[in-house]
Design a protein around this ligand. Sequence first.
Ligand SMILES: [Zn+2]
Length: 164
Amino acid sequence: MKLNQVLALAVKYGDEGSRTNAREEVGGVILQRKGWKSTVYYTSPRADYSRNTLDFIWVPLHNQHTGTPTAHGLFEATQEEFTKKAIPLLRDGWKRYATFHTHPSFSYHPSHTDLTELFKSYHINYIYSIPENCVAKYTWQGEVSLKQEITRDINKWLKLNESQ
Ligand SMILES: [Zn+2]
């Protein structure tokens, strides 16, 4: 899958999970691996199917704080589920690409725990702020500096990506 398709899935998952009365944070991880463009194979007889493209996959993970007030302001993936769902994929050649989680009540800014725990193991991290209707992408530049890019009007963005 393309990255935009995977992000669209993650946003939908976030909407379904966080727009409930409980307003809990939900999320997961995005993995990537090198894939091959099959269209290139079929359209060219000399098929440069060695040409690599990137393939992405969305792995939703339960919040270990689900059902408690902590889940309103904190997403931490269930480690057991990560081991069960993501580890086999990592063994299969997938690599960690990004984390994705919702902020159902807060802005797109990462919390202290986001920065010190969740963001630690991934180069890229996304936060979907439901009240602000935007997704912020945080990319580490070195160990302490984060580059922030914001996609606003996420519902419009979602429609654009669905029609592609
Ligand atoms: Zn957060």
